[in-house]
Design a binder for this molecule. Structure first.
Ligand SMILES: [Zn+2]
Length: 110
């Protein structure tokens, strides 16, 4: 990948990281432990717990993605970003745009 593209993808990845960090931040209240006497409006405690589970699951996925994006960023800095880890061919730019944390080309991923 040429340096111009690397720079472009670096900012794409950094934007994604920011978005995810923001989402994690905004979800903080939803993932906090629910105290037994909490008043959660019209929601029952069970509903609140279900919502918390969903929020925790989203958090888990976000953290995984964050990790992959941070790895991708390291690859950009090393100059190995956009190369398939399996066949070492270039990953299509369109694929990287849709999924900046992709480490496999479309052939190897499918
Ligand atoms: Zn491949």
């Amino acid at each position: 990948m040429n340096p111009k593209n690397q720079k472009k993808f670096m900012s794409i990845i950094e934007n994604h990281i920011q978005e995810i960090e923001q989402a994690l931040q905004e979800r903080k209240d939803d993932t906090a432990p629910i105290s037994p006497d909490v008043s959660v409006g019209r929601l029952s405690r069970l509903d609140a717990m279900q919502m918390q589970q969903m929020a925790l699951e989203s958090d888990r996925r976000n953290r995984e993605q964050l990790q992959r994006l941070q790895d991708a960023l390291i690859k950009v800095k090393k100059g190995t970003y956009g190369t398939c880890m399996k066949c070492h061919k270039d990953i299509a730019e369109e694929r990287l745009k849709a999924q900046p944390d992709a480490f496999l080309c479309i052939d190897c991923a499918s």
